[in-house]
Design a protein around this ligand. Sequence first.
Ligand SMILES: [Zn+2]
Length: 234
Amino acid sequence: MHRRETAALLAYVGRLDPRTIRTDQGEARDQLAQWHDLLDDVPMATPHGWDACVAARQHIRTSPYQILPADVARPWERYRRDRLARHSDPTPSVDPDDQAAWTAELAGTRRAVAAGTAQPVQARAITSGREGIDPKLEARLREIGSCIPPAVRIALAPYRPARAAREAAVAQGMPDALSVRCEWCMAQPGKPCRRRIGVDDGVRGTAPRDTPHPGRFDLATSQRLQQPEQSAMA
Ligand SMILES: [Zn+2]
């Protein structure tokens, strides 16, 4: 608190407990200097429940001993510790690959909670779902929509052609062939079509095809056309 705030606190304390009032000008100056020095880093009040006057009043109300700066500083430390104990670091909204910004946001949030300017953020598991989530982080999650970032997904495309073809088809608004079972090779929904491999007419096994069998596209298309009717009937 500022010097002026310390003076105001001392005036308030003097009203509640006249023993603390110093009538000698030199003594009063020393008292103010002492309190100011000891309560320099204690805020007068925060938007979230801390008030130095309340702490002082509580001491005078419940203790027969004359109030000391420690009787304000100690409750403040307790308040600070309690808030930090309830705080679980929320996921920062910045790019996770930017280590410096990530750490800075975590530390900044903690400092704000300790200083009383921000409310502690509790683990989402014990609060209600995604309500408390940072809007900036929400936007980032929407943009990615997967634990595989877009850039990595593009880099992986050559190594998983069936998956890439499916994503490309869906992105272009085409029917998702892999959403239905293939009537030709019997591949289950979600699994790529398979082709037979073998030598001299003898089939040795199967391997995944990069593209689904054409009939599977037709089936997916017809299913998609039927779906609006089904949902209307339901
Ligand atoms: Zn097939």
